[in-house]
Design a protein around this ligand. Sequence first.
Ligand code: SF4
Ligand code: FES
Length: 326
Amino acid sequence: MRASRYIIFMYVAMVGAPFFMFIYAIAYFYNQSYLLFPLQVIMAILLSVYGILGINEVYISRSNKHHDKDFEVINGKEISTLQSSDKETTIHITRFDTQKSSFVKDTYSISSNRFTTVLDALLDIKSKSANTLAIRYSCRMGICGSCGMVINGKPSLACETNLSSVAKNGEVNVEPMRAHHITKDLVTDLDDFFAKHKSIKPGLFRKNEKEKFAAKEPYAQSTKEIEKYLPYSYCIMCGLCLDACPVVNTNEKFIGPQALSQEYRYHADSRDQLGKKRIELTDTLEGVWGCEFIGACSKACPKGVDPATSIQLLKIDTVKNEVGME
Ligand code: SF4
Ligand code: FES
């Protein structure tokens, strides 16, 4: 039965029940007991119909929304599925011209649908209109961390950014990250970023070095021990947090939120025995004390790593180490 018919029955029941209640009250008042029982039955039926159809109506309207797919939530936004499958989106790309050492802004128009990501759009542009456009990507699913760029002013992964949810008046701006040296167009050179990561000795170190080749038993950890470092272990090394960090953008020597959060990740791991030596690696102005706790890094991180918090925790342990409490 269609939803509109349910609504008609519901209104009949809504109006009918009070009407028969009124008749019931009169019959009761004039002591017409032979009328009371049938009236009670009619009211009960009408109220039941009203109740059942009301529940049904709620169910129908909900299932229309979810099953008929008038809307779908993509990147936290409701996107209409009723829109025509393709629509035009204008993409402004800021490209770095290596020969002139300057930026050039190019504009392209592409046909996109509700599933198109910014990476899809860029690849479409590359294949149809600008085959010299340099883009770096690999997994296309937010795992490898290689497609980082600035989309509408926010450091983001191109493969994880839905085009229609970021488009403003049908337009999207794409730029390379500026915290890293730019190789070409949207591709940045992450050598310095990886060198900083390497400087914090990413890995688990034991006092007995031979142990890692001949461990007698697995290093069992309690849930509490795992919880201490797990949230910081999701880093995919995309470099977006560095691009968002104002300190990195003004002081090239600052080691940055990624390396510091990874230092905390290994420091907090009960299997690591580097202890003091690890903490001392970043007890410098370019290390943990360079952080001004602005928090932009945590907002930019696509994996929810929260480098800002890890750096503050590292600061606490650095102070403890300095006063001999570690
Ligand atoms: S902490 Fe987050 S934003 Fe920074 S490199 Fe790792 S995954 Fe990327
Ligand atoms: S292509 Fe791998 S994270 Fe985007």
